[in-house]
Design a protein around this ligand. Structure first.
Ligand SMILES: C[S@@+](CC[C@H](N)C(=O)[O-])C[C@H]1O[C@@H](n2cnc3c(N)ncnc32)[C@H](O)[C@@H]1O
Length: 285
Protein backbone atom coordinates (compact mmCIF):
# COMPACT_ATOMS: atom_id res chain seq x y z
CA UNK A 1 0.00 0.00 0.00
CA UNK A 2 1.52 3.35 -0.90
CA UNK A 3 1.24 6.61 1.06
CA UNK A 4 -1.96 7.63 -0.75
CA UNK A 5 -3.75 4.42 0.09
CA UNK A 6 -6.27 5.77 2.62
CA UNK A 7 -7.52 8.41 0.14
CA UNK A 8 -7.56 6.05 -2.83
CA UNK A 9 -8.72 2.83 -1.17
CA UNK A 10 -5.84 0.81 -2.60
CA UNK A 11 -6.35 -2.80 -1.55
CA UNK A 12 -5.50 -5.07 -4.46
CA UNK A 13 -7.32 -8.34 -5.08
CA UNK A 14 -5.04 -11.41 -4.95
CA UNK A 15 -5.00 -13.40 -8.24
CA UNK A 16 -6.48 -16.46 -6.49
CA UNK A 17 -9.66 -14.51 -5.60
CA UNK A 18 -9.86 -13.06 -9.12
CA UNK A 19 -9.66 -16.60 -10.55
CA UNK A 20 -12.33 -17.78 -8.10
CA UNK A 21 -14.64 -14.95 -9.21
CA UNK A 22 -14.14 -15.72 -12.91
CA UNK A 23 -14.60 -19.45 -12.28
CA UNK A 24 -17.89 -18.68 -10.54
CA UNK A 25 -19.09 -16.59 -13.48
CA UNK A 26 -18.36 -19.63 -15.68
CA UNK A 27 -20.03 -22.00 -13.24
CA UNK A 28 -23.24 -19.97 -13.29
CA UNK A 29 -23.29 -19.88 -17.10
CA UNK A 30 -21.30 -16.74 -17.99
CA UNK A 31 -18.59 -16.65 -20.64
CA UNK A 32 -15.29 -14.77 -20.57
CA UNK A 33 -14.21 -15.84 -24.06
CA UNK A 34 -15.15 -13.07 -26.47
CA UNK A 35 -16.48 -10.86 -23.66
CA UNK A 36 -16.07 -7.09 -23.40
CA UNK A 37 -14.70 -6.60 -19.88
CA UNK A 38 -14.19 -3.55 -17.69
CA UNK A 39 -12.77 -2.86 -14.24
CA UNK A 40 -13.63 0.80 -13.55
CA UNK A 41 -11.17 1.05 -10.63
CA UNK A 42 -8.57 -1.42 -11.84
CA UNK A 43 -5.41 -0.77 -9.79
CA UNK A 44 -2.56 -2.84 -11.25
CA UNK A 45 -5.11 -4.80 -13.32
CA UNK A 46 -5.28 -8.36 -11.96
CA UNK A 47 -8.90 -8.76 -13.13
CA UNK A 48 -8.06 -7.54 -16.64
CA UNK A 49 -5.02 -9.80 -16.99
CA UNK A 50 -7.03 -12.87 -15.93
CA UNK A 51 -9.92 -11.94 -18.26
CA UNK A 52 -7.61 -11.55 -21.27
CA UNK A 53 -6.03 -14.93 -20.46
CA UNK A 54 -9.51 -16.43 -20.62
CA UNK A 55 -10.10 -15.00 -24.09
CA UNK A 56 -11.89 -11.71 -23.43
CA UNK A 57 -12.36 -9.71 -26.65
CA UNK A 58 -11.01 -6.67 -24.85
CA UNK A 59 -10.43 -5.51 -21.30
CA UNK A 60 -10.76 -1.88 -20.26
CA UNK A 61 -9.29 -0.56 -17.02
CA UNK A 62 -9.53 2.85 -15.39
CA UNK A 63 -7.70 4.05 -12.33
CA UNK A 64 -7.44 7.59 -11.03
CA UNK A 65 -3.90 7.08 -9.73
CA UNK A 66 -1.22 8.01 -12.34
CA UNK A 67 1.25 5.83 -10.42
CA UNK A 68 -0.53 2.81 -11.89
CA UNK A 69 0.90 3.58 -15.35
CA UNK A 70 4.35 2.25 -14.48
CA UNK A 71 2.77 -0.89 -13.00
CA UNK A 72 0.72 -1.45 -16.18
CA UNK A 73 3.86 -1.08 -18.29
CA UNK A 74 6.17 -3.15 -16.06
CA UNK A 75 3.67 -5.99 -15.65
CA UNK A 76 3.17 -6.25 -19.42
CA UNK A 77 -0.56 -5.58 -19.12
CA UNK A 78 -0.44 -2.81 -21.74
CA UNK A 79 1.56 -5.05 -24.07
CA UNK A 80 -1.01 -7.80 -23.50
CA UNK A 81 -3.62 -5.54 -25.08
CA UNK A 82 -5.53 -4.14 -22.10
CA UNK A 83 -7.01 -0.69 -22.77
CA UNK A 84 -5.90 1.35 -19.78
CA UNK A 85 -6.53 4.90 -18.81
CA UNK A 86 -5.91 7.21 -15.86
CA UNK A 87 -9.45 8.38 -15.23
CA UNK A 88 -12.25 8.54 -12.70
CA UNK A 89 -14.33 5.38 -12.92
CA UNK A 90 -17.38 7.15 -11.52
CA UNK A 91 -17.48 10.05 -13.93
CA UNK A 92 -15.14 9.69 -16.89
CA UNK A 93 -16.79 7.04 -19.00
CA UNK A 94 -20.24 8.42 -19.54
CA UNK A 95 -21.81 7.03 -22.67
CA UNK A 96 -20.50 3.52 -21.90
CA UNK A 97 -23.60 2.44 -20.04
CA UNK A 98 -24.54 -1.15 -20.91
CA UNK A 99 -21.43 -1.53 -23.09
CA UNK A 100 -19.73 -4.39 -21.21
CA UNK A 101 -20.53 -8.09 -20.93
CA UNK A 102 -18.54 -8.49 -17.73
CA UNK A 103 -17.89 -5.83 -15.08
CA UNK A 104 -15.37 -6.85 -12.45
CA UNK A 105 -13.33 -5.48 -9.62
CA UNK A 106 -12.96 -4.40 -6.08
CA UNK A 107 -14.01 -0.76 -5.94
CA UNK A 108 -12.16 1.56 -3.58
CA UNK A 109 -13.54 1.58 -0.06
CA UNK A 110 -12.88 4.35 2.35
CA UNK A 111 -11.67 6.42 -0.62
CA UNK A 112 -12.28 10.13 -1.18
CA UNK A 113 -14.64 11.25 -3.92
CA UNK A 114 -12.60 12.90 -6.63
CA UNK A 115 -14.83 15.91 -7.03
CA UNK A 116 -13.66 19.50 -7.15
CA UNK A 117 -16.32 22.06 -6.36
CA UNK A 118 -20.09 22.28 -6.27
CA UNK A 119 -20.68 21.89 -10.00
CA UNK A 120 -18.64 18.68 -10.20
CA UNK A 121 -20.51 17.34 -7.18
CA UNK A 122 -23.84 18.28 -8.73
CA UNK A 123 -22.87 16.54 -11.99
CA UNK A 124 -21.86 13.41 -10.07
CA UNK A 125 -25.09 13.52 -8.06
CA UNK A 126 -27.12 13.61 -11.25
CA UNK A 127 -25.59 10.34 -12.49
CA UNK A 128 -26.39 8.29 -9.39
CA UNK A 129 -29.35 7.39 -7.26
CA UNK A 130 -28.00 5.50 -4.25
CA UNK A 131 -26.51 8.52 -2.45
CA UNK A 132 -30.02 9.98 -2.18
CA UNK A 133 -31.00 7.46 0.49
CA UNK A 134 -33.75 4.93 1.06
CA UNK A 135 -36.81 7.07 0.58
CA UNK A 136 -35.77 9.20 -2.40
CA UNK A 137 -38.02 9.03 -5.47
CA UNK A 138 -36.60 6.77 -8.19
CA UNK A 139 -36.59 9.19 -11.12
CA UNK A 140 -33.39 11.01 -12.12
CA UNK A 141 -33.43 14.69 -11.20
CA UNK A 142 -31.14 17.46 -9.99
CA UNK A 143 -29.71 16.62 -6.56
CA UNK A 144 -30.97 18.82 -3.75
CA UNK A 145 -28.52 20.70 -1.51
CA UNK A 146 -29.08 18.17 1.28
CA UNK A 147 -28.37 15.31 -1.15
CA UNK A 148 -25.17 17.01 -2.31
CA UNK A 149 -23.99 17.43 1.27
CA UNK A 150 -24.66 13.73 1.83
CA UNK A 151 -22.94 12.83 -1.43
CA UNK A 152 -19.74 14.69 -0.46
CA UNK A 153 -19.23 12.18 2.39
CA UNK A 154 -20.87 9.20 0.75
CA UNK A 155 -18.92 5.89 0.57
CA UNK A 156 -17.41 5.49 -2.89
CA UNK A 157 -17.93 1.73 -2.82
CA UNK A 158 -21.72 2.23 -2.81
CA UNK A 159 -21.61 4.60 -5.79
CA UNK A 160 -19.42 2.05 -7.56
CA UNK A 161 -22.07 -0.65 -7.05
CA UNK A 162 -24.43 1.53 -9.07
CA UNK A 163 -21.66 2.17 -11.62
CA UNK A 164 -21.06 -1.56 -12.08
CA UNK A 165 -24.76 -2.08 -12.88
CA UNK A 166 -24.81 0.94 -15.23
CA UNK A 167 -21.81 -0.36 -17.19
CA UNK A 168 -23.07 -3.93 -17.50
CA UNK A 169 -25.03 -4.98 -20.60
CA UNK A 170 -28.43 -6.56 -20.01
CA UNK A 171 -27.76 -10.25 -19.35
CA UNK A 172 -24.08 -9.51 -18.62
CA UNK A 173 -22.14 -10.50 -15.50
CA UNK A 174 -20.85 -8.68 -12.46
CA UNK A 175 -18.20 -9.95 -10.02
CA UNK A 176 -17.35 -7.52 -7.28
CA UNK A 177 -15.60 -7.57 -3.91
CA UNK A 178 -17.36 -5.38 -1.35
CA UNK A 179 -17.10 -4.67 2.37
CA UNK A 180 -19.20 -7.08 4.40
CA UNK A 181 -21.15 -4.18 5.86
CA UNK A 182 -22.90 -3.68 2.52
CA UNK A 183 -24.41 -7.16 2.90
CA UNK A 184 -25.18 -7.02 6.58
CA UNK A 185 -25.75 -3.52 7.92
CA UNK A 186 -29.27 -2.18 8.33
CA UNK A 187 -28.00 1.16 6.97
CA UNK A 188 -27.41 -0.44 3.56
CA UNK A 189 -30.62 -2.44 3.34
CA UNK A 190 -32.01 -0.06 0.71
CA UNK A 191 -28.84 -0.61 -1.37
CA UNK A 192 -29.38 -4.38 -1.24
CA UNK A 193 -33.02 -3.89 -2.21
CA UNK A 194 -32.02 -1.60 -5.09
CA UNK A 195 -29.54 -4.20 -6.31
CA UNK A 196 -31.89 -7.14 -5.91
CA UNK A 197 -34.58 -5.48 -7.99
CA UNK A 198 -32.16 -5.24 -10.90
CA UNK A 199 -29.78 -8.17 -10.88
CA UNK A 200 -29.92 -11.90 -10.23
CA UNK A 201 -27.41 -12.47 -7.45
CA UNK A 202 -25.95 -15.95 -7.89
CA UNK A 203 -23.54 -16.12 -4.98
CA UNK A 204 -22.17 -14.21 -2.04
CA UNK A 205 -18.87 -15.62 -0.79
CA UNK A 206 -17.45 -14.30 2.46
CA UNK A 207 -13.69 -13.95 1.98
CA UNK A 208 -11.07 -14.73 4.65
CA UNK A 209 -9.82 -11.82 6.70
CA UNK A 210 -6.33 -12.60 5.39
CA UNK A 211 -7.35 -11.82 1.78
CA UNK A 212 -5.95 -8.28 1.85
CA UNK A 213 -3.26 -8.88 4.47
CA UNK A 214 -0.52 -7.76 2.07
CA UNK A 215 -2.22 -4.35 1.97
CA UNK A 216 -2.31 -4.23 5.79
CA UNK A 217 -6.03 -4.70 6.28
CA UNK A 218 -7.96 -7.57 7.79
CA UNK A 219 -11.32 -6.05 6.95
CA UNK A 220 -14.17 -8.44 6.24
CA UNK A 221 -15.16 -8.55 2.56
CA UNK A 222 -17.50 -10.59 0.40
CA UNK A 223 -17.41 -11.52 -3.27
CA UNK A 224 -20.72 -11.04 -5.07
CA UNK A 225 -21.41 -12.72 -8.41
CA UNK A 226 -24.53 -11.61 -10.26
CA UNK A 227 -26.16 -11.56 -13.66
CA UNK A 228 -27.62 -8.32 -14.91
CA UNK A 229 -31.21 -9.45 -15.29
CA UNK A 230 -34.00 -9.14 -12.74
CA UNK A 231 -34.35 -12.30 -10.62
CA UNK A 232 -36.98 -14.92 -11.44
CA UNK A 233 -39.62 -15.52 -8.79
CA UNK A 234 -38.28 -17.77 -6.02
CA UNK A 235 -34.64 -17.36 -7.09
CA UNK A 236 -32.25 -18.31 -4.30
CA UNK A 237 -28.76 -16.95 -3.68
CA UNK A 238 -25.89 -19.31 -2.80
CA UNK A 239 -24.08 -18.22 0.36
CA UNK A 240 -20.64 -19.54 1.15
CA UNK A 241 -17.58 -18.83 3.22
CA UNK A 242 -14.06 -19.27 1.87
CA UNK A 243 -11.87 -20.53 4.71
CA UNK A 244 -8.52 -19.52 3.23
CA UNK A 245 -6.96 -18.44 -0.05
CA UNK A 246 -5.05 -21.75 -0.28
CA UNK A 247 -5.63 -23.80 -3.43
CA UNK A 248 -7.40 -26.63 -1.62
CA UNK A 249 -9.89 -24.25 0.02
CA UNK A 250 -10.67 -22.60 -3.32
CA UNK A 251 -11.07 -25.97 -5.04
CA UNK A 252 -13.29 -27.29 -2.25
CA UNK A 253 -15.56 -24.26 -2.47
CA UNK A 254 -15.86 -24.42 -6.25
CA UNK A 255 -16.51 -28.16 -6.13
CA UNK A 256 -19.17 -27.66 -3.47
CA UNK A 257 -20.94 -24.92 -5.42
CA UNK A 258 -20.73 -26.80 -8.72
CA UNK A 259 -22.31 -29.89 -7.14
CA UNK A 260 -25.03 -27.68 -5.64
CA UNK A 261 -23.75 -28.81 -2.23
CA UNK A 262 -25.49 -28.23 1.06
CA UNK A 263 -24.54 -24.58 1.20
CA UNK A 264 -27.01 -22.18 2.77
CA UNK A 265 -29.16 -20.15 0.43
CA UNK A 266 -31.17 -17.01 0.93
CA UNK A 267 -34.17 -15.53 -0.78
CA UNK A 268 -33.24 -12.31 -2.53
CA UNK A 269 -34.63 -9.93 0.04
CA UNK A 270 -31.91 -10.18 2.63
CA UNK A 271 -28.50 -10.98 1.10
CA UNK A 272 -27.13 -11.65 4.53
CA UNK A 273 -23.68 -13.19 4.54
CA UNK A 274 -23.35 -16.84 5.61
CA UNK A 275 -24.72 -17.63 9.09
CA UNK A 276 -21.28 -18.24 10.49
CA UNK A 277 -20.47 -14.55 9.99
CA UNK A 278 -23.84 -13.37 11.15
CA UNK A 279 -23.48 -15.31 14.39
CA UNK A 280 -20.23 -13.55 15.19
CA UNK A 281 -21.95 -10.23 14.66
CA UNK A 282 -18.89 -8.85 12.93
CA UNK A 283 -19.85 -6.06 10.59
CA UNK A 284 -16.57 -4.50 9.80
CA UNK A 285 -15.98 -1.64 7.37
C1 LIG B 1 -9.46 -1.54 -3.83
S1 LIG B 1 -8.38 -1.08 -5.15
C2 LIG B 1 -8.75 -2.40 -6.26
C3 LIG B 1 -8.00 -2.40 -7.53
C4 LIG B 1 -8.33 -3.57 -8.45
N1 LIG B 1 -9.70 -3.48 -8.93
C5 LIG B 1 -8.17 -4.87 -7.72
O1 LIG B 1 -9.17 -5.53 -7.42
O2 LIG B 1 -7.03 -5.22 -7.44
C6 LIG B 1 -9.25 0.30 -5.82
C7 LIG B 1 -8.53 1.10 -6.88
O3 LIG B 1 -9.39 2.17 -7.27
C8 LIG B 1 -8.64 3.33 -7.52
N2 LIG B 1 -9.58 4.45 -7.38
C9 LIG B 1 -9.99 5.13 -6.28
N3 LIG B 1 -10.95 6.01 -6.59
C10 LIG B 1 -11.16 5.88 -7.93
C11 LIG B 1 -12.00 6.51 -8.87
N4 LIG B 1 -12.90 7.45 -8.49
N5 LIG B 1 -11.94 6.13 -10.17
C12 LIG B 1 -11.06 5.18 -10.59
N6 LIG B 1 -10.21 4.57 -9.74
C13 LIG B 1 -10.28 4.89 -8.44
C14 LIG B 1 -7.50 3.28 -6.52
O4 LIG B 1 -6.37 4.01 -6.99
C15 LIG B 1 -7.23 1.77 -6.45
O5 LIG B 1 -6.21 1.40 -7.34
Amino acid sequence: MNGDAPALGQYFTPPAIVELALDLIGLFGGELAGARVIDPACGPGAWLRASLKRGAEFAVGLDCDPEMISRWVESGLLADGALLCVADGLTDITGSEGAFDVVVGNPPFGADLRCDGTEALRALGRCYHLHRGASAPRERREPTLAEMRRLARFPTEVLFIERFVQLCAPGGWIAVVLPEGIFANQRWRYVREWLLERVTVQAVVALPRATFREDSTTARTCLLVARNIPPAAGHRVTLAELKSCETHALETLLDHISRGGDLPTDTPDGLDPPPILRDRGENSR
